[in-house]
Design a protein around this ligand. Structure first.
Ligand SMILES: O=C(O)CCC(=O)C(=O)O
Length: 287
């Protein structure tokens, strides 16, 4: 495995391409002080601006300006929140990125979050209800994923990502690990002995990049090339992310064996409870 610094990707400013309506929205938001990184963004500040925007919309709906200022829907406001972040200058990626030479598009990033973020996230996740419809417990955010149908449409939208998941989604985007801000997260809980069978994430349902954050126990994720049978084990440590693109996303399967201990480079790793958060960008079947 070789360690490479991730290159920062420059994006075109979307403001030049915005519609008249977005301009009105952006002008309102241009009064929000400039933010350098997502971690400095204050959600209560965004809520305050959203309320201001909503009341401006109500006022305009009752006025003669109704024809000139379009009605702003909840979805527009949400998009506006995202636009706000599109104007945040992208930061140089400060992480050590380990590229796995043998699998094109596979990256492993240790210490993506701090220990206190890890502990706080674990608590946040454990405060939410778990679904027990699989062998392991899961939580779905953004869109409910139907494992059998392997398709996602607007009817599966179950609401915005909660703040703690959205914060991570922006952090992944701002550090250039993903091209678009993820809008779907599945949380998996693995007790010792539990795993996930070999699969490729649904191709028509999700965009090109899939990212999984590990909390709790370390474990081995096996990548298998179905056309050659080659198997490459990758150790996923707590606080790390693994990024699947290109061949890692589309040509190799990934799985976690259902066992209570793993052996990696001659060392035995006894599994404890592991939680993963997998971030994806949904491709809607009926947008
Ligand atoms: O637990 C993980 O890290 C991966 C989860 C996964 O592959 C999935 O949800 O499809």
């Amino acid at each position: 495995m070789k360690i490479k610094r991730n290159k920062s990707v420059h994006r075109t400013n979307t403001r030049n391409n915005t519609s008249k309506k977005e301009h009105i929205q952006l002008d309102l938001f241009s009064q929000v002080p400039e933010k350098k990184t997502y971690s400095l963004v204050n959600f209560s500040e965004i809520s305050r601006w959203k309320r201001k925007l909503e009341s401006a919309t109500k006022f305009d709906n009752n006025s003669l300006n109704q024809q000139t200022i379009p009605k702003i829907s909840k979805q527009d406001i949400r998009q506006l929140e995202l636009n706000l972040f599109f104007h945040v200058p992208k930061q140089d990626n400060p992480y050590s990125v380990i590229e796995i030479d043998d699998i094109k598009g596979l990256k492993y990033i240790p210490e993506f979050i701090t220990q206190s973020e890890h502990d706080c996230l674990t608590k946040q996740v454990d405060n939410q209800p778990w679904l027990s419809d699989l062998k392991r417990r899961v939580q779905h955010y953004g869109y409910k994923y139907n494992y059998k149908a392997r398709a996602i449409d607007t009817s599966m939208h179950i609401g915005a990502l909660p703040d703690w998941a959205l914060a991570l989604a922006y952090k992944l985007y701002n550090n250039n690990f993903i091209e678009t801000i993820p809008d779907q997260v599945i949380v998996n809980e693995y007790l010792p002995g539990q795993g996930i069978s070999s699969h490729i994430d649904c191709v028509p349902c999700f965009a090109d990049t899939i990212i999984s954050l590990s909390l709790g126990s370390a474990c081995i994720m096996d990548f298998i090339n179905p056309s050659t049978g080659e198997k490459i084990p990758i150790l996923l440590e707590p606080k790390s992310i693994v990024v699947l693109k290109e061949d890692a996303r589309y040509k190799w399967t990934h799985s976690i064996a259902s066992r209570k201990m793993d052996k990696f480079q001659g060392q035995i790793i006894t599994r404890e409870r592991r939680i993963s958060l997998t971030f994806r960008k949904v491709i809607l079947a009926n947008p």
